[in-house]
Design a binder for this molecule. Structure first.
Ligand code: F42
Length: 144
């Protein structure tokens, strides 16, 4: 069984700890925004370690839309590489944990539909895309 290595970003690791320890009673929202988050448990593509990545909760029916925005940074978050290498993830949404499989959305029609849903759920995504010339990757997570 691989070990869990917490995010090197302290507030992120703290949110994961609070969210999981309280089974979603606390730690579900993105700080003062009050907007809901999920936790994506994924596998390190280099270490094979368990990684836990909070993301904004963007639901599309029974699926989740995962947006590799990283605040509009010039490079993708490294969990992007994890998901491409190991598409089997677990997604915690409050007190439910789902086994899901992710795929990167490459079809432009599908992507614009999902991007619209994502920006609706979390408007800053639009600002993040405006501030970087990398195309922010979008994954869809579907139940297995
Ligand atoms: N990030 C987003 O991109 N989108 C969101 O919607 C989002 C929402 C959100 C809500 C709450 C919250 O607390 C955080 C939120 N974040 C969101 C931030 C997100 O959780 C991540 O912290 C952020 O996207 C950066 O992801 P990252 O995977 O680049 O994390 C860094 C900080 C990290 O943990 N790096 C580790 C390190 O040691 O530097 C390595 C982690 C890792 O996965 N390593 C891989 C391995 O094999 O173990 C190798 C990766 C490689 O290929 O180098």
């Amino acid at each position: 069984m691989s070990e869990y290595i917490p995010s090197t970003s302290g507030w992120v690791a703290d949110q994961v700890e609070l969210y999981e320890r309280t089974n979603g009673a606390e730690g579900v929202t993105l700080r003062e925004t009050g907007l809901p988050c999920i936790i994506v448990t994924n596998t390190g593509n280099k270490t094979g370690a368990i990684r836990k990545t909070p993301l904004m909760r963007v639901a599309d029916g029974g699926n989740y839309v995962l947006v590799a925005s990283r605040g509009g940074a010039p490079t993708h978050p490294v969990w992007y590489h994890n998901l491409r290498a190991n598409p089997d993830v677990q997604i915690r949404d409050v007190d439910l944990v789902h086994n899901m499989r992710v795929r990167e959305v490459t079809d432009s029609t599908e992507r614009s539909r999902l991007w619209e849903i994502a920006v609706e759920a979390f408007p800053p995504y639009s600002d993040y895309q405006a501030k970087t010339n990398r195309t922010i990757p979008v994954f869809i997570a579907e139940p297995v």
